[in-house]
Write a protein that binds this ligand. Structure first.
Ligand SMILES: Nc1nc2c(ncn2[C@@H]2O[C@H](COP(=O)(O)OP(=O)(O)O)[C@@H](O)[C@H]2O)c(=O)[nH]1
Ligand SMILES: [Mg+2]
Length: 222
C-alpha cells in the first residue's frame, strides 16, 4: 500500500458533487411549484431561438411559458422572444461559455417562476461546456442542425451522452449539406441508446407535431 504523508483534496470532484446536489435541489423546488424546466443546448446558429419561437407559438394559450436567454452579451434573442408575449430574461454570462446551477438559480429568481408551467433555458451556444453542467433542468435537449454535419456526436460525445432528446434541425436544407440521417443516428447511438432523435425544420414546420407531442408527453398534467 502506498502511504503519503499528506492528504489530497480533489477540488474538482468536490465542486462537481456540490453542483450536482444543488441541481437536484433546484429541480425538486421547481417540481414542487409545478414548473417544468428544459435546458436547450446547441451550437451558435443551430436554430435554438427559431425553434423556441415556433415552439412557443405551438403551445400558446395552453401553457404559461418563460424563457431565459443566456448569451455572452447582447439581447437580440430576448427581443425575439418578448415579441411573442412570453416572460423573458436575458442573462449576460460575460466570459462564461455555459450556465451553471448557481447562475441558473439567480436567473430563475430574477425571471420569477410564479404562475409559469414551462421554462426554457436557451443555453450559451456551445457543444462542449454546457454538457458538463447540470443546471437543475428536468430535461436536457440538444439541437443539432444539418449544416453542422452528421459527424458531430463523434467530436462532442458528452453533449450527446447527457441529453434526453436530440433534435435535428434545418432538415429543409439537409440535402445541400450532405447530411446523412442514418449515419447521424448511428453516431448518436454510440453514446446514447435512449434519447429520441427527432428531425425537424423550424422554417417549414416539418417534424413539429412529433416535437410538440414529446414535450406534452413529458409535461406534468395541468
Ligand atoms: N433553413 C433553415 N434555417 C433555419 C432554421 N432554423 C433556424 N434557421 C436560421 O438559422 C439562423 C440562426 O438561427 P437562430 O435561431 O438565431 O440560432 P441560435 O443561435 O441557435 O439561436 C437564422 O438565420 C435562422 O433563420 C431551419 O429550420 N431551417
Ligand atoms: Mg439564439
Amino acid at each position: 500500500m502506498n502511504i503519503t504523508p499528506f492528504d489530497i483534496l480533489e477540488v474538482r470532484t468536490q465542486l462537481l458533487e456540490e453542483e450536482e446536489k444543488e441541481a437536484c435541489r433546484l429541480r425538486e423546488e421547481l417540481e414542487e411549484k409545478g414548473v417544468f424546466f428544459i435546458n436547450l443546448m446547441g451550437s451558435p446558429g443551430a436554430g435554438k431561438t427559431t425553434l423556441l419561437e415556433r415552439t412557443v407559438k405551438a403551445l400558446a394559450g395552453r401553457y404559461r411559458i418563460g424563457v431565459i436567454e443566456a448569451d455572452a452579451d447582447g439581447d437580440v434573442d430576448a427581443y425575439r422572444m418578448a415579441d411573442l408575449g412570453v416572460k423573458v430574461l436575458q442573462v449576460h454570462t460575460g466570459g462564461s461559455c455555459h450556465m451553471d446551477v448557481s447562475m441558473t438559480r439567480s436567473a430563475l429568481e430574477k425571471l420569477g417562476t410564479e404562475g409559469l408551467d414551462l421554462i426554457f433555458l436557451e443555453n450559451v451556444g456551445n457543444l462542449v461546456c454546457p454538457a458538463e453542467f447540470d443546471v437543475g433542468a428536468h430535461r436536457r435537449v440538444i439541437l443539432l442542425s444539418t449544416p453542422e454535419g452528421h459527424d458531430k456526436p463523434l467530436k462532442y460525445p458528452l453533449m450527446f451522452e447527457v441529453c434526453d432528446a436530440v433534435l435535428v434541425g434545418k432538415m429543409d436544407v439537409a440535402p445541400v449539406f450532405d447530411f446523412d440521417p442514418a449515419q447521424f443516428e448511428k453516431n448518436v447511438r454510440l453514446r446514447n441508446d435512449h434519447a429520441p432523435i427527432l428531425p425537424l425544420s423550424s422554417l417549414t414546420g416539418e417534424g413539429f407535431d412529433a416535437w410538440i407531442g414529446l414535450l406534452e408527453k413529458n409535461l406534468p398534467g395541468k
